[in-house]
Design a protein around this ligand. Sequence first.
Ligand code: KG4
Ligand code: ZN
Length: 338
Amino acid sequence: MLILGIDTSCDETAAAVVRDGTEIISNVVASQIKVHHPYGGVVPELASRKHIEWIQPVVCDAIDKAEIDSSMLDGVAVTSGPGLIGALLVGLNFARAFAYGLSLPWVGVNHLEGHIAAIFLEEDPPGFPFVALLVSGGHTILYYVTGTAAFELMGQTRDDAAGEAFDKVSKMLGLGYPGGKAIDQLSQKGDPIKIDFPRAYMNNYRFDFSFSGIKTSVARYLQTHSASFEAEIPDIVAGFQEAVIDVLVRKAFEALQEKGCNRLVVVGGVAANSALRKRMEAEAARFGVTLYIPSPELCTDNAAMIAAAGYHHLVKGERGALDMDAFSKGAARKIVKV
Ligand code: KG4
Ligand code: ZN
């Protein structure tokens, strides 16, 4: 079954063709980084406009690269939320019209479910159940996943997402947007234990997260060391990154312990972080846990993961409604089916 996936949830216009929810035939991601870079973050209105401009060429490119004709598609899967509402509506309306024009079945897909489905595009995917740590620019969530659409929400961030903290710290230090990759690279030149930023373990809320405190703590450090911080930037970002990783690692392994589970899946843009990947690997080896992390290109936003998730809904006979709306928030609850 060949599914066309479409994602326009944030600042990437993405389309992909995936066979049977597991095999990527083509995967096109048009990044709007250059559009938003001067503003230090995503400007929603500009994102929507770029999606309108790019959606058709990107979808055509995905179909061309798959070396198929659109008549060979069996269905369409599109992100319906969460994300920027104007941006989502571009992809959703395009997908709906495209599917209607070709008389194809289509479904709206939860972006977070898509991130988790990315792991099924890799070789040797996990069996069920597994604990999934989803760390992206908009979310930090722990799920206990027992089936393709069976997610138990174990905990989530109470304020900023981990990726958001990377982006904000990057902005404070003038390292540009998006910040995760810049901090990842610069941290390799710094000492992660020289500056000790606080870890919000929140022991009474074992599976919830909070990253706004560490962001404030970095801001305060910069204010109190304003004369000297330029030279310390690699140590500051390495210390910040280490603190975020400590929290993510501890909570993910506690979640595994709680569920008596030995499979851990880490997904979302922050899962592309090289230090996080190394630490997760080391801890997994130590505790006899099998770790699954998608390749970095499948951690960050893409449409192959949306096609992979949509496949399971389409084969079950689910169909999108002509009046389906996009949604910006509240996603964590939308995919909980325990
Ligand atoms: O999953 P994603 O592409 O989009 C959302 O659904 O939010 O995640 C984007 C986030 C951004 O905050 C970005 O800074 C972060 O992922 N990110 C990274 C890295 N690559 C992207 N964070 C840390 N290290 C990286 N290498
Ligand atoms: Zn995402």
